[in-house]
Design a protein around this ligand. Structure first.
Ligand code: F3S
Length: 641
C-alpha cells in the first residue's frame, strides 16, 4: 500500500500502532457526523463522558431519518439534538434540509480529513477524498471527546478504472459491478481505493455514489483521489479554498488490483434480498413493478434527479406504478425548481417526498404486499422497506425511471436517446437550515431539552470471569443489524428509550426472544457467517445487552457490529472449528471462561457435556474495555479530565 492515498492519510493521522496489514492502529479523527436515529444515543453517551465541548475540528448533527412525526417522540428527539448541538459546539442541520451524507458532501467534506459517522454510509465522503468510516454512536461520542479511533490497518485494493461509461450507464452500475464481483463480504478488512484514467470521467457526486455503496462490500471505506474535478466541485460549492490535491504516487503499490473498464459496463440490478445479488438488467427485464423509489444517500444528487426528470419529460408514470422521489438536499430541489426540471417530475405523476431518508429506512411509502419495488437505494434486506414480503431491487436512476415509464423492469437503453443534462457551474448555497456552533461562553448557558422520549442510559456491571447462561437464539448466516434490531416507523422513535426498544430485538426472526432473554438469567446468541452486517446501529448491541446477552458466538462478524459489541460489553467470539456451530442447540446451558482473553477460550456445553474452543480477534485494549463493562466507563476513566 506504499504511496496510496490511504497510506498518506492514515500516516498523517496515526496516533498509535504499526502500519502493517491487520495490526490495530489508532488514528486522530478530524470530523464526526451523526444522524438522528443513532445520534440521540451518541449524544446521551457524549453527555455521560462529561466533556464541556466537542474536541474535533468539526462535528455535525443531522436530522434525516425519523422525520415522520406521528406523535411527540421524533420531534422530542429533534429538539434534544438541537439543544445538544448548541450546548456542545456542533453544527446542526434541521429536519427538511436533506440527507446527512448528501449534505456533508455538499457543505462540509474536505479531502485529506478523517471522518467517522454513526451511520454506515459515512464513506460517501470518500468521493471527495476524505477518509470516512461508519462507526457506532459510542465511537463517535468518544471521538468528539478527543479519543482516537481504532481500526485494523486495512489491505488497500486499487480499483483501476479505465474507459468511460456509455449512455444510460452510471456510477451505480460501477458499484453494482464491484458487488457482483466481490459480494457483501469481499471488502472486509480492505479499503477500496479508486485510481486510473477512468476516475476523471466521474464527477464528485458520481464518485460518492460509488463510495457510498462500497459499504455493502463490508469494506473499511472507499476513497477517490482529490483532483481537478474535486477542486471544481468545491469551487462550485463556494468552498474552493478547502481543496488540496491528494493523489497516489505514480509507483503506488496496492495489496490487490481490480480493474474495471467503464466502457464495457451495462445497466445492472441487485435482486432481492441482497445488494450482492447482482445481474444485468436485460437478464431480468420484463418483471412487473409496483413501486419505484428514487432517492437515498446513494442516488439523490442533482445529476440523478435531472436524469430522472428529463427521461420523464412529456411522459406519464405507468398506471400501476407509484413513483416516489426523495431529493438529497434543498440545494438539489432549488436547482430543479430553478431550471424548471422539477415540473417534469410533477407533470409525469411522481410523488414528491421530503428531502430525507424516507422509504430507505421504512419511514413511509412501504410497498403493497408482495410488491416488486425498484429502488435507487443501497440496501434491499428483507423487510427493510416496511413490507415483509416485498421484493426490493436496487438499481441506478436510469433503470428506475425506465421501469417507472414502462411498468416493468426495463433496460433503460430501450428508452432511446439519453437525456442531455446541464450541471450548474455554481451551486445555490443556502445554509439557513444549518445552525452554526455557538461560542463557548454562550454555549455553556444553553439548557438541554429532554422530552419524555429521552430516557437515561442504562448502566452495566463489570463482566465476571465466567459467563453463564443459555443459548437464547440460534441464527444462520448473513444476519443483518435489521434482523437484530429492526427499524421502521414504529420502532425508530424508540431509539432513545432502551427498555422499550429492546422488546423488539430479533422480533422478525423469533418473536419470543426478548421475553425469553429477560426471563432467563441472560445468555448467548449463536450465529453463522457475517453476523451483524448492514447498518451501523449500535442498538443491535445495546438492546441485546440490556436483555442480558453476555456473548455472541458465531462463525464470523461484520466489522462495525463487532466493534459495537465490544463497546457495550458483549464478548464477540468465533468458533475455532466452524462445524461446532452444529453442536449447540437452542436452550443449551453454556459456560465460557473469559478470565484470560489473551488467547482462545473454552466453551463448556453443560447440557450436552462437551467442550469446544472459541477464538477471537480482541486486542488487549478490547479485553480491558469488555471487562470494565464497555467503552463508556473506559472513556470516562481516560478522557473526561
Ligand atoms: Fe438514510 Fe438510507 Fe442513507 S436510511 S443515510 S438514505 S442508507
Amino acid at each position: 500500500m506504499k504511496g496510496t492515498i490511504t497510506e498518506k492519510i492514515l500516516k498523517q493521522h496515526l496516533v498509535e500502532g504499526n502500519m502493517t496489514v491487520g495490526s490495530e492502529i489508532a488514528i486522530k479523527i478530524d470530523n464526526t457526523l451523526t444522524q438522528d436515529a443513532t445520534g440521540t444515543m451518541a449524544y446521551l453517551q457524549f453527555e455521560a463522558i462529561g466533556i464541556d465541548r466537542v474536541k474535533t475540528e468539526l462535528s455535525v448533527s443531522f436530522v434525516d431519518h425519523n422525520t415522520l412525526q406521528t406523535d411527540f417522540k421524533n420531534a422530542d428527539d429533534h429538539r434534544y439534538l438541537q439543544s445538544v448541538a448548541k450546548r456542545y459546539g456542533l453544527y446542526f442541520s434541521k429536519p427538511g434540509n436533506g440527507i446527512c451524507h448528501q449534505l456533508f458532501l455538499e457543505r462540509f467534506a474536505r479531502p485529506g480529513k478523517t471522518l467517522i459517522g454513526s451511520d454506515s454510509h459515512t464513506p460517501t465522503a470518500g468521493g471527495i477524498g476524505c477518509f470516512a468510516m461508519g462507526a457506532g454512536g459510542l465511537d463517535v461520542a468518544a471521538a468528539m471527546a478527543g479519543a482516537p479511533f481504532r481500526i485494523k490497518f486495512p489491505k488497500v485494493v486499487g480499483v483501476k478504472l479505465v474507459g468511460k461509461l456509455n449512455d444510460w450507464v452510471s456510477a451505480k452500475d460501477v458499484i453494482l459491478e464491484v458487488l457482483r464481483r466481490i459480494d457483501v463480504k469481499g471488502g472486509v478488512g480492505k479499503v477500496l481505493e479508486y485510481f486510473g484514467p477512468g476516475v476523471k470521467t466521474l464527477s464528485v457526486p458520481d464518485r460518492a455514489t460509488i463510495t457510498n455503496m462500497g459499504t455493502e462490500t463490508g469494506c473499511t471505506t472507499s476513497i477517490f483521489p482529490s483532483d481537478e474535478i474535486t477542486k471544481a466541485f468545491l469551487e462550485a460549492q463556494g468552498r474552493g479554498e478547502q481543496w488540496i490535491e491528494l493523489v497516489p504516487d505514480n509507483d503506488a503499490e496496492y495489496d490487490e488490483i481490480m480493474e474495471i473498464d467503464l466502457s464495457t459496463l451495462e445497466p445492472m440490478i441487485a435482486l432481492p434480498h441482497s445488494p450482492g445479488n447482482v445481474k444485468k438488467v436485460r437478464e431480468v427485464a420484463g418483471i412487473k413493478v409496483d413501486q419505484i423509489s428514487v432517492g437515498s444517500c446513494t442516488n439523490s444528487s442533482l445529476r440523478d434527479l435531472k436524469v430522472v426528470a428529463n427521461a420523464l419529460k412529456g411522459r406519464t408514470v405507468s398506471e400501476n406504478v407509484s413513483l416516489t422521489i426523495s431529493p438529497g438536499s434543498r440545494q438539489v430541489v432549488e436547482h430543479m425548481v430553478d431550471s424548471g426540471e422539477f415540473n417534469y417530475l410533477v407533470q409525469a405523476g411522481a410523488r414528491i417526498l421530503e428531502n430525507a431518508c424516507g422509504p430507505c429506512i421504512g419511514m413511509g411509502s412501504a410497498p403493497c404486499s408482495g410488491a416488486v419495488s425498484v429502488r435507487t437505494f443501497n440496501r434491499n434486506f428483507e423487510g427493510r422497506s416496511g413490507t415483509k414480503d416485498a421484493q426490493v431491487y436496487l438499481a441506478s436512476p436510469e433503470v428506475a425511471v425506465a421501469a417507472a415509464i414502462t411498468g416493468e423492469i426495463t433496460d433503460p437503453r430501450d428508452l432511446g436517446e439519453y437525456p442531455k443534462i446541464q450541471m450548474p457551474d455554481k451551486f445555490f448555497v443556502n445554509d439557513n437550515m444549518i445552525l452554526n456552533p455557538l461560542p463557548p461562553e454562550e454555549a455553556q448557558k444553553v439548557e438541554i431539552i429532554r422530552g419524555p422520549n429521552i430516557k437515561p442510559l442504562p448502566s452495566f456491571d463489570k463482566l465476571p470471569d465466567v459467563l453463564e447462561g443459555t443459548a437464547l437464539i440460534k441464527v444462520g448466516d448473513n444476519i443483518t443489524t435489521d434482523h437484530i434490531m429492526p427499524a421502521g416507523a414504529k420502532i425508530l422513535p424508540l431509539r432513545s428509550n432502551i427498555p422499550e426498544i429492546s422488546k423488539h430485538v430479533f422480533e422478525a426472526v423469533d418473536e419470543s426472544f426478548a421475553k425469553r432473554a429477560l426471563e432467563s438469567s441472560g445468555g448467548f446468541i449463536i450465529g453463522g457467517e457475517n453476523y451483524g452486517q448492514g447498518s451501523s446501529r449500535e442498538h443491535a448491541a445495546l438492546a441485546p445487552k440490556y436483555l442480558g446477552v453476555k456473548a455472541v458466538i458465531v462463525k464470523s462478524f461484520a466489522r462495525i457490529h463487532l466493534a459495537n459489541l465490544i463497546n457495550f460489553g458483549i464478548v464477540p467470539l468465533t468458533f475455532k472449528n466452524p462445524e461446532d456451530y452444529d453442536r449447540i442447540d437452542l436452550g443449551d446451558k453454556i459456560e465460557i471462561d473469559i478470565g484470560d482473553l489473551k488467547g482462545d477460550v473454552k466453551l463448556k456445553n453443560i447440557t450436552k457435556g462437551f467442550e469446544i474452543e472459541l477464538t477471537h480477534t480482541l486486542s488487549e485494549l478490547d479485553a480491558e474495555i469488555l471487562k470494565i463493562g464497555g467503552k463508556l466507563p473506559w472513556i470516562k476513566e481516560h478522557f473526561s479530565k
